[in-house]
Write a protein that binds this ligand. Sequence first.
Ligand SMILES: Cc1cc2nc3c(=O)[nH]c(=O)nc-3n(C[C@H](O)[C@H](O)[C@H](O)COP(=O)(O)OP(=O)(O)OC[C@H]3O[C@@H](n4cnc5c(N)ncnc54)[C@H](O)[C@@H]3O)c2cc1C
Ligand code: FES
Ligand code: FES
Length: 495
Amino acid sequence: MILARDAIRFWRNGQPIEVSGFHPRTTLLDYLRLQERRVGTKEGCAEGDCGACTIALGRLKDGRVHYEPVNACILLLGQVDGAEVVTVEDLAKSGELHPVQSAMVAHHGSQCGFCTPGIVMSLFTLYHEAERPLGRDGINDALAGNLCRCTGYRPIVDAALEACSGKPDDLFAEANGATARGLAAMADGQDLVVGSEAHFFAAPASEASLAALYDQHPDATLVAGCTDVGLWITKGMAELEKIIWLGRVSGLDQIEDTADALTIGATATHAAAYSSLASIDPDLGELMRRFGSVQVRASGTVGGNIANGSPIGDLAPALIALGSKLELRKGESTRVIPLDTFFIAYRKQDRQPGEFVRRVTVPKLNSNEVFRAYKVSKRFDEDISAVMGAFKLRLDGRRIAEARIAFGGMAGIPKRAMETEKALTGISLDDPSSWGDAMAAIARDYQPLDDHRASAVYRATVARNLVFKALSETASGETGATRIIGRREALAAAE
Ligand SMILES: Cc1cc2nc3c(=O)[nH]c(=O)nc-3n(C[C@H](O)[C@H](O)[C@H](O)COP(=O)(O)OP(=O)(O)OC[C@H]3O[C@@H](n4cnc5c(N)ncnc54)[C@H](O)[C@@H]3O)c2cc1C
Ligand code: FES
Ligand code: FES
């Protein structure tokens, strides 16, 4: 075992706190409720869906503390190392409610109150971070991960509009400088290991330490954002004894944006990658807007979404269609593979014991290339896709010179539609009568899943229709007739 710090450190109510000797799979919510005995933060679903457990994490960026909401139920206690932890109990100042809390009272934003602490904490982060002026759409997006079963959202949104009308002026704005200095002092760049050889929570600080530790303990579970692994713990009761958290590995979250490609480090969160992905194509931005919730995007990572290998993950099909490459590392060696070859069979990826995902490189679009991505799910907000289709078409005038298509939800892995790609090559956008063969080819590419999310027949029909939709939109250059929400013309006008 490497020599390392043996306790986590975080900032809480204006001072540093050290915690050691905890079980590696202890969640932050259990720590808050069972150790601190601060029970304002609620447990509803214990799977990241309802937002009742929302707390704020403050992290240092560009010399200032920035606040993000996270779901404490699926965040490990060890993951707060180096951050400020803010819960609903901390907001009032000398007995006076926080502006967000006062606005919730004034607008009758609470009935049974179970969701209220989580909603207040989501609004607290919005109060600190949202660009002004803030409209209803922005607030709706911010609350997509907070379920209120009784009040209805109008009074809550009204409260948010009022609270976020001016500049942040609360305890946390006043203390930002002091907190930033406190967080900077805690950032020691040391490896962290709480536990023993058999049973630990480790957070290496460098890639070299990570590579060495994982090589030594290939049976350990890697955790990035924990938005998938968290559910193995709370729902699957998984007995994870060795956890390696990637969130402190210096540089692994780096995003490089060049003229030709975007390279996203494995631990870049969805929130961090959002705008870079959106700049490749508005459909990627819309996909990210609908990826989980603000809380899930604040914790969940691009590398975790890929490495997880879920057949219904959203990023893999989009990145495969764009022709992305994946870089992996084991010990001192690295290798680069086409992303589509990473997925071998259901939950089986091309990853050796002790090997981890390092980064993904996403080529940008050329002027003669068109991209479309469609997420089809039962709910608009915070839902996993039933079908996710992504298309990249290279055009030679009005003819399709090359097609690259990938779907999620249609097989045991995110998978390319090679037969459909072939059938599309050479056809004219001006001759819809020639599109039918390509639509029919979907049936040769996939034998879709049949489960509670969607039947196989539904999935096959949707996928076939998405081919038609992509062709119609490419032929017309418009989405007015094909979309109700996420119209590309509206997104372009809003920029
Ligand atoms: C409420 C909710 C909503 C969600 N909505 C969506 C959605 O809309 N679309 C979607 O696609 N997904 C969604 N998810 C799933 C999840 O958020 C994503 O898959 C997320 O990107 C996982 O990233 P993570 O960093 O949290 O992964 P983790 O949970 O930390 O890890 C996931 C898996 O990847 C492995 N792993 C992580 N990083 C690496 C690495 N660098 N190298 C090797 N292995 C690694 C872990 O060992 C684990 O097996 C949702 C989840 C929740 C709880
Ligand atoms: S308890 Fe529902 S999101 Fe955490
Ligand atoms: S006030 Fe009852 S769930 Fe929101």
